[in-house]
Design a protein around this ligand. Structure first.
Ligand SMILES: [Cu+2]
Length: 198
């Protein structure tokens, strides 16, 4: 097995980028500096050594992720292996629903906008990339492909980070109001609530 390197993957992406994507700038051809670990609401860049679990996520030209929902525990470092099974460039970007939506709007206005962060993987057709991420904040987040038009076509998925110490079945959205409910079907409840966030 060939070891995967996110750095070489990105370098190849930069060199082979289609003109529409416009990643071939001098900035992108520089060797990537060490990842800056900046705390985000959806976690922080992780160390490969800490990644005890790999999750494979496939991206296809029908603008879908498979699976489109993943669940991790707070504090868990995960290796997200992002496979592009399609014929066009796709990417996976982790974020909050609001942030991804705003970012997608920007990408529509400025399709050549450069963006490269440790919570993103831009993956050429037939290739794979990876993200090592530590989900150290509980809550509901999303992953999306922000290439112009893809997000709008529904290329988005959900990440549920269960709070440390809680059973994984109980997943309260962190800002969801307490609603009297006798239902124990947590996933349906949780996703219904997430659309009502303010
Ligand atoms: Cu895409």
């Amino acid at each position: 097995m060939k070891p995967l390197s996110i750095f070489s993957g990105l370098a190849i992406t930069a060199l082979l980028a289609s003109p529409a994507w416009g990643h071939g700038t001098a900035e992108h051809n520089k060797p990537k500096a060490a990842v800056v670990k900046e705390q985000k609401p959806w976690g922080i860049a992780g160390d490969a050594k800490q990644a005890k679990r790999s999750i494979e996520l496939r991206m296809s030209d029908d603008m879908r992720f498979s699976p489109n929902r993943i669940q991790v525990r707070q504090g868990e470092t995960v290796r997200l292996v992002v496979v592009n099974t399609g014929k066009v460039l796709h990417e996976l970007v982790i974020g909050s629903a609001d942030e991804l939506k705003a970012h997608a709007e920007m990408m529509k206005k400025f399709p050549n906008m450069e963006h490269d962060e440790p919570y993103m993987a831009h993956v050429d057709p037939g290739k794979r990339g990876e993200i090592i991420w530590t989900f150290n904040r509980p809550g509901e987040f999303e992953f999306a492909c922000l290439i112009a038009g893809h997000f709008e076509a529904g290329m988005v998925g959900k990440i549920v980070v269960t709070a440390a110490g809680k059973p994984s079945a109980a997943v309260p959205a962190n800002s969801a109001p307490t609603v009297a409910s006798t239902s124990t079907s947590a996933p349906a409840q949780a996703s219904a609530h997430s659309t009502h966030k303010h």
